[in-house]
Ligand binder design. Structure first.
Ligand SMILES: [Ca+2]
Ligand SMILES: [Ca+2]
Length: 179
């Protein structure tokens, strides 16, 4: 059953990434998949400020090489990642408004593996409080000011624990440290 689910998702990823100019990515240029024997699928939802971010481009990198790239289809990013074997760390980069940043570096490649499905996508939260396409010190200043002002607005809940407090500063430091 798991295998069938994997094949369905691979099909969806292939379909979503299919030919046609409007489906191609412009920032990230993935390798030719025929150079690699294995596949892994990922279905990602990007969330920024509590809303789906559908205008980005996502790239999956292993050893500095782009192994998959996608624009959003129906609000989700379908990635079919080329690889060989399992165990390599993956870095996911997002291009937002012309800026490229690392948004995840804690996932591992698994041959025939799958992370996220169309019905339960893997959620990556983009922390960008001033919506300038970057996660940097400007966002930290906004966050610190919001916490000092006692804001309870969950757009400042960086660590997603439903509270706005100093723990969110530490969480933002971790996000900033990715880049
Ligand atoms: Ca920002
Ligand atoms: Ca929090």
């Amino acid at each position: 059953m798991k295998r069938i689910a994997f094949l369905i998702i691979v099909f969806l990823c292939t379909f979503a990434q299919g030919a046609g100019a409007d489906n191609t990515t412009s920032v990230f240029q993935p390798v030719d998949p025929s150079n690699y024997p294995d596949n892994m699928s990922m279905v990602v939802s990007l969330v920024r400020g509590g809303e789906a971010l559908t205008t980005a481009e996502l790239g999956v990198f292993i050893g500095g090489e782009c192994r998959a790239a996608a624009t959003s289809k129906g609000g989700l990013y379908y990635l079919l990642i080329s690889g060989q074997g399992s165990g390599q760390p993956m870095e996911i980069r997002a291009a937002i408004n012309g800026n490229i940043q690392v948004v995840s570096n804690n996932l591992t490649y698994t041959s025939d593996g799958n992370i996220g499905t169309p019905w339960a996508p893997y959620v990556i939260r983009i922390i960008d409080l001033n919506l300038d396409g970057k996660t940097d010190i400007s966002d930290m200043i906004i966050l610190v000011n919001a916490i000092m002002a006692g804001s309870k607005d969950l757009k400042y809940d960086i660590n997603n624990d439903q509270n706005v407090d100093v723990a969110d500063i530490a969480a933002l430091v971790e996000v900033m440290a990715l880049n």
